[in-house]
Design a binder for this molecule. Sequence first.
Ligand code: PPE
Length: 308
Amino acid sequence: MSWDSNGGKIWMDGEFVDWNDAKISVLSHVVHYGSSIFEGIRCYENPKGSAIFRLDEHVERLFNSAKIYKMDIPFTHDEISNGIKDTIAINNLKSCYIRPVTYRGYKELGVNPLNCPVNTSIAVWEWGKYLGAEAMENGVDIAVSSWRRLAPDTMPAMAKAGANYMNAQLAKVEAIERGFDEAIMLDYHGYIGEGSGENIFLIKDDVVYTPTLSSSILKGITRDSVITIANDLGYEVKEEQIPREFAYLSDEVFFTGTAAEVTPVRSIDGITIGLGKIGPMTKEIQSEFFNIVEGKIDDKFNWLSYLD
Ligand code: PPE
């Protein structure tokens, strides 16, 4: 993802600031100690207007991440939700990616964050297919990383904290340098965890599998949506500890995430998965997901928040 400002505006602590002026001090606590938490949300244009996908759940997760790190966000849930809607409106975007970020700001340095202000910004921009448009049909090639996910008593994986992505970056860079599209990290015990920015699902004999929260994964909102969709389509979904080799033997594998949406995996560690392209159940779940977000079928789970 790279951009130019397009004359856009960024919400900073309740005020709109020109994109190029949305700056913080190099001495902000976050720059030195990684003290940020954030969200990634998508807004989709559909025939009835622009709709934000699972806005409430994303804002709730932002507040939950803040709670874990004892960051007091000086705005209410509704103020952040409205800030998100206003930011989309002022930037005149019909569909976009939304990035709220809360961070410890500028006051003093030293590990203790408690005297630093808690600041929040919201930026929006157009973001196409995360792992490439062609990947949505053909799938991506991934490899198990030599870097593991965070051990459960080191960093809280359920908090969507900026610092967690230092771990993710090690895995992503290693994957790219080895010629793969994405990494999959094992958890501390050696079971399958997640990608650098995605949850993973596996399908074997018509059953859908995904790692449990105890495998140090982010509690993905797309993950939850896909579990709901798969159940609704009549499939059994199991949250389990999953050994690496189970993935090799799966009929289908796919990633989920706000940015990645539902992206099939075509190989892992050079081993072809199933047909080596999107499988039939992945296709069915992916279509259902896009039909909902694009307003082609009824929003039966009440996931869409329309902009006024
Ligand atoms: N795991 C990780 C590590 C992760 O970063 C994401 C989202 C998910 C799972 C899926 O969560 P959810 O979006 O709630 O379904 N990653 C965000 C950031 C990606 C980035 O490159 O930045 C995203 O997809 O917005």
